[in-house]
Write a protein of this length. Structure first.
Length: 581
């Protein structure tokens, strides 16, 4: 008998929850492997419990009470059988190092030690970007060994791997050969077939142009969409959105724009949503849609591509991010190169700022031990830059634009609460101290509107640079930045030297715990602050100053910047999480 209402006996309740099977467990593990690095870890279920059917109440609604009571009635032993990792081969600790590390995992994840296999993945059994920092500190305190970011962020990080690293007592980290990755990407036949002779530059966008945009639901992406929609020369903006339907995707775009404070329904008729996924080949687009990108469709063509989408996940390694952050670039480049309409292409990059013309071997040594996100961005940058520099210097078809730290516009001031910059500022406000550079420095900030304008200039202007690094061009002198912050805080932060500031900040973080704004990004803070050393040529420092003040006001209004110790709970704001198209 199947359950259909809540007036059921215990025997019927037992029939609601079906036993786990080897086939189901195998399927669940494959599903989780796909989800890890694609969704935020908190969205990935730790348990999968099959039911005979979804029970209904007398009101024909899902009987949540019965489901909850049925699960709560399970013994701890029975519940374990539904773990997402159930059925995988269990490996016990083989030595004292593995036992000690497993104890640390159990304490951090609040699991029973004997339930953790040494081949379990930290993120698959409940770990996240905050708890992994806690684990890192425990292991460092126990062994005096610092586990590097690549080890901590790998999709295959296990107790056994950590133990080998600790026993080796070395600071070297697992690496990706970024030079080899670049070479492999450039070995594609479509790259080799590019001929410099006759490869003409593209003039300004034609009237009634169609522009393809990825990442339009992100923090910068919504400003790019805004800037495109106010251009009279742009008739249609085609936005790639990961959504259940085009209608759902449009609602996602509109919701982000509303939070950013700029949406007007008059724009809707000029926005066309294509559902897809950066992780999929050809972005998961339909054949006819891809033909428009490749310039072979009779129903329309794409005149320019702004590739701003990416998966931004500090806890995923290169292989996990490669499809979304590298292959998507290669697929779009191939379409643009082969299109008879010669569309323009600009790649909006991110990650660590490196000299694109520096000795590749020297840069590779640095990038090989970086986090996966930065590695993918570097590889993609090098490929786009190779195409640009393989053509005559006057080419304006291909370019890379690398923003600095993007903040909300001066007009709206809507900030991204998960950005390192604002977590750093929130920490300074909390301890009422900020670090002063020993040498004159600057904070490479630029508001989203300015970055969007510079980005679109790469597809609309005749003469462009093949590589634009805004992180070395735009920003405010460090004292000026903090003066603007202080002007809005209401409680003045005083300057101290960097070493003392970091010590005080980490002390405050340790006293507060996981709710501290610096906690999730402390590994970045330890590597340096928010200041750079390049010479600036900011076009409008006054406007940037107004933007900084506007962002701080916004962060105070939503409760993100304050002196309180409680964890911030805010609604209707822009947060990164795992950002993608």
């Amino acid at each position: 008998m199947k359950l259909a209402s809540n007036d059921c006996n215990s025997g019927a309740e037992e029939q609601l929850l079906l036993p786990n099977t080897e086939a189901l467990a195998s399927y669940v593990r494959s599903v989780r492997d796909k989800l890890i690095g694609v969704l935020p870890n908190y969205m990935i279920p730790a348990y999968f419990i099959p039911v005979s059917e979804v029970p209904k109440s007398r009101a024909a609604k899902t009987d949540r009470k019965l489901i909850r009571e049925s699960v709560e009635s399970l013994s701890s032993e029975n519940l374990k059988t539904y773990l997402a990792t159930a059925g995988a081969e269990f490996c016990d600790a083989a030595n004292e190092t593995e036992r000690t590390i497993r104890d640390a995992w159990a304490a951090v994840l609040r699991l029973e030690t004997e339930d953790i296999s040494t081949n379990d993945n930290f993120y698959e059994i409940g770990g996240d970007s905050i708890s992994i920092i806690t684990l890192l500190k425990r292991i460092q305190n126990e062994f005096g060994v610092h586990l590097g970011l690549s080890m901590m962020n790998s999709k295959s990080t296990t107790i056994s791997q950590m133990a080998k690293f600790v026993d080796a007592d070395t600071s070297s980290e697992p690496s990706v050969d970024v030079q080899r990755e670049v070479a492999a990407a450039l070995s594609a036949s479509w790259v080799k077939s590019i001929k410099t002779a006759g490869f003409v530059s593209r003039p300004a966008l034609p009237a009634q142009a169609s522009v393809f945009l990825t990442g339009a639901t992100g923090f910068l992406g919504t400003q790019l969409l805004r800037s495109l929609l106010v251009k009279d020369s742009v008739r249609r903006v085609v936005a790639l959105v990961r959504a259940k339907s085009a209608e759902h995707g449009l609602e996602r775009l509109k919701e982000t724009a509303r939070i950013a404070g700029w949406w007007d329904d008059v724009y809707e008729e000029r926005v066309e949503v294509w559902t897809g996924d950066l992780e999929d080949a050809k972005l998961g687009l339909k054949e006819e849609q891809w033909m428009q990108l490749a310039g072979t469709s009779p129903s329309g063509q794409i005149d320019a591509v702004v590739h701003n989408g990416a998966i931004v996940n500090w806890n995923a390694d290169y292989e996990k991010l490669k499809n979304a952050n590298v292959r998507s670039v290669l697929d779009l480049l191939q379409a643009v190169v082969e299109s008879p309409h010669a569309p323009r292409f600009v790649f909006v990059s991110g990650g660590v700022s490196v000299d694109i013309d520096a000795d590749p071997a020297a840069v590779a040594d640095e990038m090989n031990t970086s986090i996966g996100y930065c590695q993918t961005k570097y590889v993609a940058e090098k490929v786009v830059h190779h195409l640009a520099t393989a053509l005559p210097s006057s080419q304006n078809r291909f370019s890379v634009l690398k923003p600095g730290m993007i903040i909300g516009t001066a007009a709206e001031g809507v900030a991204n609460l998960d950005d390192f910059l604002w977590r750093f500022v929130a920490t300074a406000a909390k301890i009422q101290l900020y670090p002063l550079d020993a040498e004159p420095g600057f904070v490479p900030v630029s508001d989203g509107g300015l970055v969007a304008a510079r980005t679109l200039g790469q597809i609309t202007e005749n003469n462009i640079d093949a590589f634009v690094n805004l992180s070395t061009e735009l920003g405010l002198a460090t004292p000026d930045f903090w003066a603007h912050v202080n002007a809005e805080l209401g409680k003045v932060c005083t300057p101290i030297d960097w070493a003392t500031w970091l010590e005080r900040a980490l002390q405050d973080m340790n006293e507060t715990g996981e709710s501290h704004p610096l906690w999730p990004v402390q590994h970045f803070a330890a590597g340096g602050g928010i200041s750079g050393t390049a010479t600036l040529s900011a076009p409008d420092e006054a406007e940037l100053g107004r933007a900084v003040r506007s962002n701080v006001r916004y962060l105070k209004q939503v409760g993100f910047i304050s002196g309180a110790d409680e964890q911030v709970q805010v609604q209707g704001v822009l947060r990164r999480g795992v950002r993608r198209s």
